[in-house]
Design a protein around this ligand. Structure first.
Ligand code: NAP
Length: 294
């Protein structure tokens, strides 16, 4: 039996595992895919003290190196459900593990537009990762959709590769950081298309060839990067009584959920600020509180 099972190997889960290991807890990290979580998809991190500027994958690599150096146990297994009795159980694609505490740090995944053919075109013109796929569009005309910091920062990154970047946002005002907005507006090869939405994807030979906008305008592009927010990864909690609002887990200042010995941290929780820096600190706060209460 473990003292603590952490679901998710993003920066929040890994930070928590470091604190848990140092506190002498028997800890297991679980993740369905690669370590690093969302940061793997960030092209350039300029606001994480001590490490920036750094690419997301490089930061993920550093975090994973710490897990290995500290001999923290981890398994790449997808969590399918949890059982939250006195002894907690975490059920994965490969097995079942018992633990005293659970920390849910499962993050969130990109939201998609919901347009016809969008799924079919994923990886064939549509992407949610500029860093992974940007070089495929060198000197091409592409579009980014969204009005938050992700859309702004990734449009900037892509403008250094592509011939032209259309930044399409459904409103007049951006919700992203104003510094990023200023940088975007200063870029000659970024064209803002505001108060507009994509209504149709044009497809030929199973590849994206263009988009049609709400005002009827048609753009010939070969790449479309979707940055319109996220969906929290909480499906595996559907049979529990954990308090969840719009998919996000509700926690108190100690990162505790409404269920005893079940904590949550990082982007899967409902909060005001979704930054790498507070995701990391919330993981640490959760473990410190577990130890002060046990
Ligand atoms: P976000 O802030 O939630 O922005 C999502 C954007 O997508 C909004 O502008 C929204 O429009 C638009 N949108 C949502 N659904 C849409 C739809 N169906 N069709 C068209 N547009 C749609 O998401 P984010 O930009 O990924 O940022 C998430 C968090 O990460 C934020 O807290 C952000 O500050 C942080 N972040 C920080 C940095 C950084 O460099 N510091 C970089 C990336 C992300 P409306 O505005 O009209 O709602």
């Amino acid at each position: 039996m473990y003292d603590l099972i952490i679901i998710g190997m993003g920066i929040s889960g890994i930070s928590a595992s470091i604190y848990a290991k140092r506190a002498g807890m028997k800890v297991l990290l679980l993740d369905g895919s690669a370590p690093g979580g969302t940061i793997n998809k960030i092209s350039n991190i300029e606001n994480y003290p001590g490490a920036s500027p750094i690419t997301g994958p490089d930061l993920a690599y550093k975090l994973f190196s710490e897990v290995n150096n500290m001999e923290i146990e981890y398994k790449f297994e997808k969590v399918t459900s949890v059982s939250l009795g006195k002894i907690k159980k975490v059920i994965t694609s490969n097995g079942e593990y018992e633990t005293k505490f659970i920390l849910i740090a499962s993050g969130r995944r990109p939201k998609m537009l919901g347009l016809e053919n969008e799924e079919k075109l994923f990886g064939k013109g549509i992407s949610t990762c500029a860093l992974c796929d940007g070089t495929l569009y060198k000197n091409k005309d592409i579009a980014v959709v969204g009005g938050g910091s992700s859309a702004l920062s990734e449009a900037l990154y892509l403008s250094n590769l592509a011939n032209k970047v259309y930044l399409i946002h459904r409103r007049e005002e951006f919700r992203g950081e104003s510094e990023l907005e200023n940088q975007v507006k200063a870029k000659e090869n970024i064209e803002l298309i505001l108060n507009n939405e994509i209504t149709k994807l044009k497809i030929d030979d199973e590849k994206l060839t263009g988009i049609i906008l709400k005002d009827g305008k048609s753009l010939n592009i070969t790449g479309l990067f979707v940055y319109i927010g996220f969906i929290p990864n909480t499906e595996f909690l559907k049979d529990t009584n954990i308090n969840i609002e719009n998919g996000y887990i509700l926690v108190n200042n100690c990162q505790e959920t409404n269920i005893k010995n079940v904590y949550a941290s990082g982007d899967v929780t409902k909060k005001e600020i979704y930054q790498i820096i507070n995701a990391a600190s919330e993981g640490a706060i959760a473990v410190i509180n577990m130890n002060s209460k046990s």
